[in-house]
Design a protein around this ligand. Structure first.
Ligand SMILES: N=c1c2ncn([C@@H]3O[C@H](COP(=O)(O)OP(=O)(O)OP(=O)(O)O)[C@@H](O)[C@H]3O)c2ncn1[C@@H]1O[C@H](COP(=O)(O)O)[C@@H](O)[C@H]1O
Length: 104
């Protein structure tokens, strides 16, 4: 099993853990708005690291962002495999072409 699949499984298992012992459970206990807020914060932190952080800081922020993204998807009962399938569907379609097809 790859790292992201293992992480997704761990996140699913930790949802109903004791919130005082589990960060995943503590976010679930606070609800979807807090899960979404953390995802947004991590996006901002990754953006700042992209612009002015060290390589090590950007790697750390990227990991935080992926973790919180998978947590948010799991909270909405969306398998990460659905995201991978969407990326696979897009393979070979230029972003420029795709954007142009939307404005037609
Ligand atoms: N990969 C992660 C992971 N990445 C980041 N984090 C936590 O996400 C939080 C990120 O918050 P911030 O960077 O905003 O820092 P903070 O100021 O401490 O956070 P807040 O107080 O604002 O919430 C920190 O508490 C990190 O420890 C993670 N927590 C858990 N995991 C994985 O999830 C598993 C289950 O974790 P628990 O649910 O805690 O057992 C772990 O074994 C890991 O595999």
């Amino acid at each position: 099993m790859d790292t992201l699949s293992r992480l997704e499984q761990i996140i699913a298992q930790r949802r109903d853990a004791d919130p005082s012992q589990s960060y995943v459970a503590s976010l679930h206990a606070k609800g979807l708005p807090q899960i979404a807020r953390k995802l947004g914060e991590e996006g901002v932190e990754a953006t700042i690291a992209t612009l002015s952080g060290s390589d090590e800081e950007l790697v750390g922020e990227a990991a935080d962002m992926l973790f919180h993204l998978i947590l948010a998807l799991n909270a909405r009962h969306i398998p990460f495999a659905d995201v991978l399938a969407e990326l696979e569907r897009r393979e070979g379609t230029s972003g420029i072409e795709e954007k142009a097809s939307r404005s037609e």
